[in-house]
Write a protein that binds this ligand. Structure first.
Ligand code: FAD
Length: 413
């Protein structure tokens, strides 16, 4: 039979969507306003996510995960961010940036030591690239890893790190070749799995953050932290490639999450537009309000199609840096617009914490900055279109989804 394009979710997808939606509505939604106001990260949420298998959703069962596909990971991201961005951020750094990098680039020993507990939810992972002097310009980082016998000695500081005070394992990018650093040659960077309980490791919160306030964001410093060679991820010199590979997976969850945030803005705005009246009719009847609601509807559907395409390419083992960047760019910019319009539709009520739309707007802005700013994705998309950028093959790729006993993704597609 000829292969056909299929837009339908399968039973596993629908079950994942329902499970995560129900969990977020039951366990998180009732407390989110209070936790956001008091800047409280609720560790019980991690326990709940672990129990349901959400923390290891797209990790194969043989490494302690749920063995679902990358579409299921996107659906979970969308449902989590529908309730609050802080929930989706957990999935982005723990599952997207960290665990999937270990799945693809790790040795069997690393998968046993780091991936299995992370998939089971008994350990939490995150990702440390950004530093006080370098964010978009990853080659500008200063952290170093000096070889010393069978170990490396890591020094440096990372900031704006999600789950910095919560995570057990940190995927850290640092320079191993000082000469290449001087020439800004990224093949002098390497990746390491650094454990919190290492001597010389210190972390703290960034308490002045005004968005994603129910989430944890902070910094960590490494003062001559000794990391065994077995904790180096990939080969020496592959750190930049691993950092970019990780972003392909993290950005994917950000894109799906931002799609959920657009949906939350639309639903909240529709509720308000159907109940508030001005000039003798529901405000939803006014054309200019309709225009804002229609924009949210458009952006939700477009964003969803874009992340689904990227997820399907991941399932099939196809390179998707370009498509993932497009999905992340379009959905995050649209989510900021949707949140701003949601406030507008609520009038003065939106300009307070009485309704969630102000929180939606504060939360939306972060994703326009992290995992590639709006400007970096704009440049990437222009460069792909102009032919200035082409993705070269990497030694390692994200394992394609082989299906749970079905012939959904036969070899060779
Ligand atoms: C809530 C939150 C959570 C985060 N979590 C993590 C995490 O877990 N791990 C991690 O490693 N990092 C994390 N980050 C950091 C984030 O990835 C960086 O902030 C981001 O990469 C941008 O870097 P920067 O802040 O240093 O800005 P800069 O790189 O200094 O950019 C400043 C401005 O200049 C623009 N700009 C820079 N270069 C160019 C260019 N070539 N052309 C045009 N414009 C340009 C940018 O778009 C931006 O508008 C997080 C950030 C936030 C806000």
């Amino acid at each position: 039979m000829a292969k056909r394009l299929n837009f339908d979710l399968n039973d596993e997808h629908r079950a994942t969507e329902a499970l995560v939606r129900e969990f977020a509505a039951r366990e998180v939604a009732p407390h989110i306003r209070e936790n956001d106001a008091s800047k409280t990260f609720d560790r019980n949420i991690l326990r709940g996510m672990a129990e349901l298998g959400i923390l290891g959703l797209a990790v194969p069962e043989r490494y302690g995960g749920a063995g679902l596909d990358y579409i299921a990971l996107g659906l979970a991201s969308e449902e989590l961010e529908y309730v609050d961005t802080s929930l989706r951020v957990i999935l982005s750094v723990h599952a997207g940036l960290n665990s999937l990098s270990i799945l693809a680039w790790g040795t069997e020993a690393q998968k046993e030591k780091f991936l299995r507990p992370q998939a089971e939810g008994t350990a939490i992972g995150t990702y440390g690239l950004t530093e006080p002097d370098a964010g978009s310009d990853a080659v500008g980082i200063r952290s170093t890893a000096r070889r010393d016998g069978d170990s490396y000695i890591l020094s440096g500081e990372k900031h704006w790190i999600s789950l910095a005070e919560i995570a057990d394992n940190f995927l850290v990018i640092a320079w191993t070749d000082p000469d290449k650093r001087a020439r800004r040659d990224h093949s002098g960077l390497s990746a390491f799995l650094v454990e919190r309980d290492s001597d010389g490791f210190e972390s703290g919160d960034m308490t002045h953050k005004w968005g994603i306030r129910a989430g944890n964001t902070g910094w960590f410093r490494m003062h001559d932290v000794r990391v065994p060679r077995e904790n180096r991820l990939g080969e020496e010199g592959e750190g930049f490639r691993i950092a970019m590979f990780a972003l392909d997976q993290g950005r994917y969850t950000v894109a799906a999450g931002a799609t959920g945030l657009i949906r939350a803005c639309r639903d909240q705005s529709v509720r308000w537009a159907r109940s508030r009246t001005t000039f003798g009719q529901e405000i939803g009847r006014h054309q200019l309000v309709k225009q804002m609601i229609a924009g949210m509807e458009r952006d939700y559907e477009v964003s969803r199609l874009l992340w689904l395409r990227a997820g399907e390419m991941k399932n099939r083992g196809r390179r998707n840096t370009r498509e993932t960047s497009l999905a992340k760019w379009v959905s995050t910019v649209a989510s900021e617009r949707a949140a701003s319009d949601a406030i507008q539709i609520h009038g003065a009520y939106g300009y307070s914490d009485e309704y969630p739309v102000g929180r939606f707007w504060r939360n939306s802005k972060g994703a326009v900055i992290y995992e590639g700013t709006r400007e970096i994705h704009t440049l990437m998309q222009a460069d792909y279109a102009l032919g200035y950028r082409r993705d070269r093959p990497t030694r390692v790729v994200l394992p394609p989804f082989r299906g749970s006993g079905s012939d959904d993704f036969p070899e060779g597609v």
